[in-house]
Design a protein around this ligand. Sequence first.
Ligand SMILES: *[C@@H]1O[C@H](CO)[C@@H](O)[C@H](O)[C@H]1NC(C)=O
Ligand SMILES: *[C@@H]1O[C@H](CO)[C@@H](O)[C@H](O)[C@H]1NC(C)=O
Ligand SMILES: *[C@@H]1O[C@H](CO)[C@@H](O)[C@H](O)[C@H]1NC(C)=O
Ligand SMILES: *[C@@H]1O[C@H](CO)[C@@H](O)[C@H](O)[C@H]1NC(C)=O
Ligand SMILES: *[C@@H]1O[C@H](CO)[C@@H](O)[C@H](O)[C@H]1NC(C)=O
Ligand SMILES: *[C@@H]1O[C@H](CO)[C@@H](O)[C@H](O)[C@H]1NC(C)=O
Ligand SMILES: *[C@@H]1O[C@H](CO)[C@@H](O)[C@H](O)[C@H]1NC(C)=O
Ligand SMILES: *[C@@H]1O[C@H](CO)[C@@H](O)[C@H](O)[C@H]1NC(C)=O
Length: 690
Amino acid sequence: MATSLFSALFSAVYLSCWRNTTCSAITEAAFPGVWESNIYAPSSRTVSPTSVLSLATGKLVSKYDGTIALAKNGSAVVFDFGLEVGGIVTIKYTASGKGAGALGLAFTEAKKWIGEWSDSSNGGFRGADGALYSNFSSPGAVVYTMPDAKLRGGFRYLTVFLVAQSASVQISDVSLEIGFQPTWSNLRAYQGYFHSNDEVLNAVWYSGAYTLQTNAVPPNTGRKAGPMAASGWSNNGYLGPGDTIIVDGAKRDRAVWPGDMGVAVPSTFVSVGDLESVKNALQVMYDYQNADGSFPEAGPPLLQQGSDTYHMWTMIGTYNYLLYTNDTAFLAKNWPGYLRAMTYIQSKVSSTGGLLQVTGTRDWARWQTSGNMSHAQMILYRTLTTGATLALWAPPTTTNTSSSPNLTTTWLARASSLQAATLKHCFDAPVGAFKDNATSTTLHPQDANSLSILFNLVDPSSPQAQKISSLLLQNWTPLGAASPELPGTISPFISSFEIAAHLEAYQTQRALDLIRRCWGWYLSHPNGTQSTVVEGYLVDGTFAYRWNRGYGNDASYVSHAHGWSAGPTAALTEYVLGLRVTKPAGGEWVFAPQMGDLEHVRGGFVTRLGRFEGSWARDGEGYTATVEAPGGTRGRLVLPVVMQGFMPRVVLDGREVVEGDGLEWFRRSEVGDLVSVEAVEGGRHVVVVS
Ligand SMILES: *[C@@H]1O[C@H](CO)[C@@H](O)[C@H](O)[C@H]1NC(C)=O
Ligand SMILES: *[C@@H]1O[C@H](CO)[C@@H](O)[C@H](O)[C@H]1NC(C)=O
Ligand SMILES: *[C@@H]1O[C@H](CO)[C@@H](O)[C@H](O)[C@H]1NC(C)=O
Ligand SMILES: *[C@@H]1O[C@H](CO)[C@@H](O)[C@H](O)[C@H]1NC(C)=O
Ligand SMILES: *[C@@H]1O[C@H](CO)[C@@H](O)[C@H](O)[C@H]1NC(C)=O
Ligand SMILES: *[C@@H]1O[C@H](CO)[C@@H](O)[C@H](O)[C@H]1NC(C)=O
Ligand SMILES: *[C@@H]1O[C@H](CO)[C@@H](O)[C@H](O)[C@H]1NC(C)=O
Ligand SMILES: *[C@@H]1O[C@H](CO)[C@@H](O)[C@H](O)[C@H]1NC(C)=O
């Protein structure tokens, strides 16, 4: 008795990382508090189902207590883990009766595909993933563990069914060893947090964070490719270096996709804080850079080629990674590759029109991709402006002598020519938004228009940006923003850029409304994962994406845990709480709260310099805010103030701040007034605006 009680307690607190990986030094949450109850990640790497459902009706049969009987051929049950999980299942059972038989195991993320066939992870047609079988030849006890190559990266529901002439089965235990976030012994050791008075926003923030955890996987568990399995699946492909790496989705594609990382990485930084997976994902792109300087569209084993936009996202990703980490050793190692990548993309800029002429036309799932599409111009603009900053951070040994051109100056000049050419050729002035490309007439895409504001190709405070922000609302449906460039579809990937664009334009309420409408809808859907963010869906709420075009006609192929849709996590921290880093590792930072209809918000994150934390809470007509950053850093406060014919009082650490004393006014037409306080030293500060 005492021994089993001891071992039960021991196993409850026993934490471990995956297989032979080197465990991360991160083992504890950086910001303990009540908000940890919103973390979806389980407290143990070994988990059990929470309930048992009927396969016939999908309804609850019982809570899971470990035991279930399957009486005859075709008998089946559905084990519901209650949230997205992924890894290796072990089932213990005893066969009785006569002869041989098999237990079938089939997996699905969404409830719609519970049954004897798994949802699709491998690109085959309906049912091609099939089931795994635990075959038994005679009565007796069996412990079945899935082979490593059959690791199922993402699912919520496990259907178990009996195939036997005259045997029956008594199941005594079902458990899952979680494969994701392999180097973490404590899956709840978040390095960032977010908390507000709005439970929907809180849940969405944590669903993005949990999705990113399910996308951080052991580098030997990539979806096998070349050739892909004709049926079934194999997740034993090499993804890249290290012990953990970030891929696009838990179930699928299980490969590194740099465009997806454009959303996933900022959200990882502010929440989970696992930048090791990001580093390994970027490194594999440099490791597989082509001789002509181009990067693959996706990492191995897939190694898809031919995407100029994803090529540039690897470059932007390099900037993001440096911004969050100040990993100058990584930059030094890869700077020659970065320079080749810049030369490669620059060679595609037309010397006449000044626009990038895309020839690697693969992109995110938008229908039309072509030569001078506006979407690619926005991404090149961001590549050049971030490249200009990266050049300042690059180690001096890799820059040339004083006679060689200054890369920062060169790239900023190119960015400014590209900006002029894009405005000249791609902007539809009578409408007030960007066209799909220089020659299109009617299509005003969600991607290019959102990115134009987010990447500051148009000044976010200008009337032009305000107009674009308001025109984006025309795409909205009750379930989210429909992408004109992917008709009939809602893309939480592109919508992640849209919410950040509204926030750049200080249209706070629009961003909050879109988060609730789109991500709030999916998270509360009873037949989804209720814990992650989905790759995309149809405007009528059907779980499908690129329906009938390119997804093998199989709606079950959609990934329900896709990091490219995790944008609200970063947006809520960086814009609504308002805390973000502007120089490597947060050597410089900004605190610029945006309130919308919220009452109070707090949150924080960690860099190698230490903890960054902020909060704000309304207080009558004004508000009180706090911000804390490591010593030796320096920040800028950008504070919303309401002008009512008098100067608001801004009190910083008990002392009123007045103009000329570090305080500066901004006016933002339409969206209210802001003041900034410059050069605030690290440490803890209290701001009262009244
Ligand atoms: C036994 O059950 C399996 C799984 O449901 C089914 O495919 C098969 O047709 C059944 N066989 C017979 C003889 O009913
Ligand atoms: C295991 O059982 C399944 C279902 O009956 C069958 O399709 C499969 O061929 C069996 N595998 C082996 C190795 O016997
Ligand atoms: C854009 O591409 C189209 C099609 O190739 C071409 O006709 C047009 O001249 C291009 N415009 C510019 C400004 O590059
Ligand atoms: C520096 O730049 C010059 C001219 O661009 C080039 O010839 C030389 O090889 C470069 N030196 C190094 C060390 O890269
Ligand atoms: C290049 O120019 C920028 C300003 O545009 C300057 O800050 C930077 O120090 C220069 N870099 C070098 C290597 O001289
Ligand atoms: C421009 O965009 C439209 C809308 O996406 C597309 O139909 C057309 O083919 C594109 N034109 C060119 C020249 O690529
Ligand atoms: C969830 O699935 C059930 C069938 O299993 C269906 O009746 C119900 O309408 C679905 N719920 C939603 C919100 O689509
Ligand atoms: C970033 O790293 C460089 C080189 O190691 C160092 O000189 C610099 O001080 C670091 N910056 C911050 C903000 O830590």
